[in-house]
Design a protein around this ligand. Structure first.
Ligand code: ZN
Length: 286
């Protein structure tokens, strides 16, 4: 071994430190490319605005029974014993139009350039264009979620919604050009591997300048989401210290709609990731 005078003793960097360092570098899979031209769009009285290009809010087959918060957990059934098997699944895990589709580094969307029906939810928006839209079912559930959070004094905004395949290609290529592929793979999902492309997920923002940053975890919005999102059919998709399973470091702002029955069942059983819930393999890398 080379005997240098000041060889630093190798310091064991804890996984927690790596997780927080990644966050503080803003290396999250969600930091959006675009922002609203000015100010925040205030919600109008009418419901979600279906985008002109999308077919009317088609609910079947991805419509969950209802988006109203369920106070009583569902009756025992395929959801309450072991992870659902193929035969007991209410929704597909591979069809991007299904609210149970599982997308991760090892499960790209098929077709890779899939585009969902879209609607603009009637909630406070920090973005415009495609990023202000989500799937119509997600939009209705988001309106209920935001209304309840506002009622509890947790002010939230929609900070990033739908991200088309084309937008991802542009974002990812820019990351590769700027930081190289290895860093790009930490900083953003490869095109076709992002939940934002399905319309079932969006990022929550909050006043105070902590969007997509470690300090977001300390906001009343993040605390409220962590405690109540499941009541509206949402989960925090990338929980703390589970990046070995999900492939992404902790993102307290990224929520995914799966329907109230499944989100309540996951909460009740203490299952934190979709991979574990559906008995799918971990996806730490591509
Ligand atoms: Zn996200």
């Amino acid at each position: 071994m080379r005997d240098g005078p000041h060889e630093p003793t190798p310091r064991i960097v804890s996984r927690r430190t790596v997780a927080l360092a990644t966050l503080s570098l803003g290396l999250t899979a969600c930091a959006p490319a675009e922002r609203a031209p000015s100010g925040t769009a205030t919600p109008t009285s009418a419901g979600p605005t279906p985008s002109s290009s999308a077919p009317g809010p088609s609910l079947a087959p991805s419509a969950s029974p209802s988006v109203a918060p369920s106070s009583t957990p569902p009756a025992a059934g395929p959801l309450t014993s072991a992870p659902a098997t193929a035969s007991s699944l209410a929704y597909s895990l591979t069809d991007p139009a299904s609210q149970w589709v599982v997308v991760n580094k090892r499960r790209p969307l098929n077709p890779i350039d899939y585009a969902p029906p879209l609607a603009r939810p009637n909630v406070p928006l920090e973005v415009s264009g495609e990023s202000a839209q989500v799937h119509p079912t997600t939009a209705r559930a988001a309106e209920a979620l935001f209304a309840a959070a506002a009622g509890a004094g947790a002010s939230m905004t929609l900070a990033s919604g739908y991200r088309s395949y084309a937008t991802q290609v542009a974002t990812y290529n820019a990351q590769v050009a700027a930081h190289g592929q290895a860093m790009a793979d930490v900083a953003s999902a490869r095109p076709g591997h992002s939940e934002h492309q399905t319309g079932w997920a969006f990022d929550v923002g909050a006043p105070g300048g902590c969007n997509f940053a470690p300090c977001f975890a300390g906001t009343s919005a993040a605390r409220w989401i962590a405690e109540h999102a499941y009541e509206f059919g949402f989960i925090v998709r990338y929980p703390f210290m589970l990046h070995d399973i999900t492939g992404y470091y902790y993102e307290p702002w990224h929520v995914r709609f799966i329907g109230i029955e499944a989100s309540t069942d996951m909460k009740r059983r203490g299952v934190a990731t979709l991979e574990e819930y559906f008995g799918l393999p971990a996806a730490p890398t591509y």
